[in-house]
Design a binder for this molecule. Structure first.
Ligand code: ATP
Length: 622
C-alpha cells in the first residue's frame, strides 16, 4: 500500500486510503454531507459511555461547516474493536449499504455516518437519552411495567420490521440496544453490527465467531453454516429474549458462560422462562419466538400485530393471571404463505417426513377463499375428477409452484464446494424466485427455481451410512467395529438439510452419540435391501447396542442347550448300550463308570460353563 492510493469506485461513497496516519489509513473524502463519510478531524471523542461486545460507545462532537454555516453537535459514536487493515475497506463498503437503506426510518437509530479514528471504524449516530437497558437498571427489581413493555414492543417491532423489509437482519436485539428518544419512544440502536463484521477476519477469533450476544442468540445463530441458516425469524428469538428480560428483570441465561449457553440453547434445546400473568396473545407469541426450528417462529409482522392488539389494554392482576394449561399455541409455520386464487395446492406433508400421511388432495387449484379475520381460514380447492370444489382449511395444504413446495429437498445444478449439494427449499415465490437453506451457508441461498432439481428426502428414523464414494466426509463419522463406516439413524433433520444422526448400535452417552451428516454424502440402509443373512444381522445390530450382547448370550445359550441335548442323547444311548452288554469282571465295571462320567461332565463343554449350568439345575437327567 506504501506510496499508493487506492480509491473506491463506489459512486456514492468515495474514499481513498493513503499512507501517512498511524495505521497507514486516512480517508480523503469527496462527498457531500449526505454521504456517510465523516472526516476524522471533524469528530472529537469526549468520553466513553459504554462498552459492548463489538466495541465502545463514546459521546463525541461533530463539527460541521460550510461557508456560511458552522455547527458543533453532540453525537454518539460506536468505536468498533480493531479489525485488520485490509478488511477496513470491506467493512466501510458494507456500512455504506446499511446507511443508504436505513434513512428515514422512524423507529431506527439515526445514523450520521462513519469515520476512522486511530484505525478503528467509528459509527456516528444520534445521541439519545439512554437505552431501555439503562431504564431497567434504574427500576426496582430491574423490570418494566407490562404497560411500558407493550408500548415499547410496538415501537421496536415496527423498527425491526422496517429493517427486515429493507433486507437487514439485526442479530443483536437486546434491551441495551433499544434506545429511548425525547418522547420516550423506543428506537432500534446499534443495528447491523454483527453483519457488518461478519465474514471479516478479525483479530479476536472469539468476536469473529460470534454473531450476536450469547444470551440473546437463537440456536441457529451458533455456527449458522451448520445449525442455520440465520433468517428473519432469528431476530424473533432475540426479540422474545428481550421482552422476557424487560418483563422479568432477569437476563436470559444470566450468569452462564457462552459455552454453557451454547449447550443449553443449541444442543439441549432449552428455552428462556416466560413470566406468568401476560395477555394470551403475548404468551402465544413468546412461545412461538422460542421454537427451536426457526420456520416455526412468528415473523416480525406477526409479533407487531400481537403487541398492537394488546397495547393500551388495561390488565388488572386477576384478569391477567391467565391459566395457560391446555392452551393450543399457534403453529406459525402454517401462516407464512398466504394462498391466492389460482394457486396449485396439495395435502401438506408433515415436516421431516418422506411420505404424506394422507394424500387427500394429490393436487388441486384454489378457486375460492373464506376470510377468517386475522387467522387462517378455509379455501375451496377444485380437484380433477370431483364435480364440486372441496372446502379445506388452509393449514391442511401446501402451495406447489413449478413443481416445488417449501420443505422439499432440492439440489442446485451449479455446485459449489463450500456448500452441500442438497438443501431444503424454504420459499418459492409465484414468479419463480426461491430461497434454500444449505449446509455451509450462513444465510439462505437466493436463486431461481430453474436452477433447482428435486433431491432425495430424508426423514427421522431412517438408517444411513456414508456412500462408498465418500472418503473424507464433511462431518466426523464413526467406524464400525472391524472395518467400514458405521450405520446410524436420523434423529433430526435441520432446516438446512443437515442430518443429526445417532448410532444406537454403539454404546455411548449424551453428546458422544450425536453426529452430523451432509445429506449428499449418505445413503439409506434398510433391512429389506440388506443382502444376505450376515448383512441383515448387521442391520439388526445397528438398531441398538444391546442387540450384539443379546445375540452373543443367545448364541451361547443355544450352544449350551445343544451341548446338553447331544450330551443327553449320547448318555442315554450309552446307558442303553451298557444295559445290553453283559458286564463282567472289574474291567467291565470301570468302563461303565467312565461312561457315566462322560454324561455328567461332557468334555466338549468348558469346565466353567458346565459348572454354571449344573449349579442352575440343568443337570442332565440320570
Ligand atoms: N446512540 C446512542 N445514544 C445514547 N446512548 C447510546 C447510544 N448507543 C449506545 N448507547 C449507550 O451505550 C451503552 C453501551 O452500548 P453498546 O452498544 O456498546 O453496548 P452493548 O449493547 O452492551 O454491546 P454490543 O451492542 O456491542 O453488543 C448502551 O447501554 C447505551 O446506553
Amino acid at each position: 500500500m506504501a506510496g499508493q492510493a487506492a480509491s473506491s469506485q463506489s459512486e456514492s461513497f468515495e474514499y481513498m486510503l493513503l499512507e501517512g496516519d498511524p495505521y497507514h489509513l486516512r480517508a480523503v473524502v469527496s462527498t457531500s454531507l449526505s454521504r456517510p463519510w465523516i472526516d476524522s478531524n471533524m469528530l472529537k471523542l469526549k468520553h466513553r459511555i459504554g462498552r459492548g461486545s463489538f466495541g465502545d460507545v463514546w459521546i463525541a462532537t461533530h463539527h460541521q461547516h460550510t461557508d456560511d454555516y458552522e455547527h458543533y453537535h453532540e453525537i454518539a459514536v460506536k468505536m468498533l474493536y480493531p479489525i485488520k487493515d485490509d478488511q477496513i475497506q470491506t467493512c466501510l463498503a458494507k456500512f455504506e449499504k446499511i446507511f443508504s437503506k436505513c434513512q428515514g426510518l422512524e423507529n431506527v437509530c439515526f445514523l450520521h455516518g462513519v469515520s476512522l479514528q486511530n484505525g478503528r471504524v467509528c459509527i456516528a449516530m444520534k445521541y439519545y437519552e439512554g437505552s431501555i437497558g439503562d431504564k431497567m437498571a434504574r427500576q426496582k427489581g430491574g423490570k418494566l411495567s407490562l404497560f411500558d413493555v407493550l408500548r415499547y414492543s410496538v415501537n421496536l417491532a415496527q423498527g425491526v420490521l422496517d429493517l427486515h423489509r429493507r433486507g437487514f437482519l439485526l442479530l443483536n436485539l437486546k434491551p441495551c440496544n433499544f434506545l429511548l428518544d425525547e418522547h420516550d419512544q423506543a428506537i432500534i440502536g446499534d443495528f447491523g453490527i454483527p453483519l457488518l463484521l461478519h465474514g471479516l477476519t478479525l483479530p479476536s477469533s472469539d468476536l469473529a465467531q460470534r454473531l450476536g450476544t450469547p444470551n440473546y442468540m437463537a440456536p441457529e445463530q451458533w455456527e449458522p453454516s451448520i445449525n442455520g441458516p440465520i433468517s428473519l425469524e432469528t431476530d424473533s428469538w432475540g426479540f422474545g429474549c428481550s421482552i422476557v428480560e424487560m418483563l422479568s428483570g432477569v437476563q436470559p441465561w444470566r450468569g452462564k458462560s457462552p459455552d454453557e449457553i451454547y449447550q443449553l440453547v443449541a444442543i439441549k434445546k432449552e428455552k428462556p422462562n416466560i413470566p406468568r400473568g401476560l395477555p394470551p396473545k403475548v404468551v402465544d407469541i413468546l412461545y412461538g419466538c422460542f421454537e427451536y426450528d426457526f420456520r416455526d417462529r412468528p415473523l416480525m409482522m406477526d409479533i407487531l400485530r400481537a403487541f398492537k392488539s394488546c397495547e393500551g389494554a388495561v390488565f388488572n392482576k386477576s384478569d391477567s393471571d391467565y391459566q395457560m394449561a391446555g392452551k393450543h399455541y399457534t403453529n406459525w409455520s402454517l401462516l407464512k404463505d398466504e394462498l391466492q386464487i389460482g394457486d396449485t395446492v396439495r395435502s401438506r406433508k408433515p415436516k421431516n417426513s418422506c411420505k404424506p400421511e394422507s394424500m387427500e388432495i394429490p393436487e388441486g387449484n384454489v378457486v375460492g377463499k373464506e376470510a377468517d379475520g386475522d387467522s387462517i381460514g378455509f379455501i375451496l380447492v377444485r380437484i380433477h375428477g370431483f364435480h364440486n370444489p372441496l372446502r379445506v382449511h388452509c393449514s391442511m395444504v401446501e402451495r406447489v409452484t413449478y413443481g416445488f413446495a417449501a420443505g422439499d429437498s432440492v439440489r442446485v445444478r451449479n455446485e459449489d464446494k463450500k456448500r452441500s449439494s442438497v438443501g431444503i427449499l424454504h420459499s418459492i415465490e409465484r414468479d419463480g424466485r426461491v430461497t434454500v437453506g444449505f449446509i455451509g451457508m450462513d444465510t439462505l441461498w437466493h436463486g431461481h427455481y430453474s436452477e433447482l432439481q428435486m433431491a432425495e428426502s430424508y426423514c427421522v428414523g431412517q438408517f444411513l451410512r456414508l456412500k462408498a464414494s465418500v472418503s473424507s466426509p464433511r462431518f466426523e463419522w464413526p467406524y464400525k467395529r472391524g472395518s467400514g463406516w458405521a450405520t446410524g439413524r436420523i434423529a433430526e433433520v435441520l432446516p438446512n438439510g443437515c442430518l443429526v444422526v445417532k448410532f444406537p448400535g454403539r454404546f455411548s452417552f449424551g453428546e458422544a452419540s450425536r453426529f452430523l451428516a451432509d445429506p449428499w454424502e449418505v445413503e439409506v440402509v434398510s433391512f429389506k435391501t440388506c443382502e444376505g443373512v450376515v448383512k441383515k444381522y448387521q442391520h439388526l445390530e445397528d438398531f441398538h447396542w444391546v442387540v450384539r450382547p443379546f445375540a452373543i448370550a443367545l448364541g451361547l445359550f443355544t450352544a449350551l442347550k445343544l451341548g446338553l441335548f447331544v450330551g443327553k442323547s449320547f448318555g442315554k444311548s450309552s446307558r442303553k448300550k451298557a444295559e445290553k452288554v453283559s458286564i463282567s469282571g472289574q474291567a467291565g465295571k470301570q468302563q461303565q463308570q467312565d461312561m457315566q462320567n462322560a454324561t455328567t461332565n461332557p468334555v466338549w463343554l468348558p469346565h466353567s460353563v458346565s459348572n454354571i449350568l449344573f449349579r442352575e439345575g440343568a443337570h442332565p437327567a440320570k
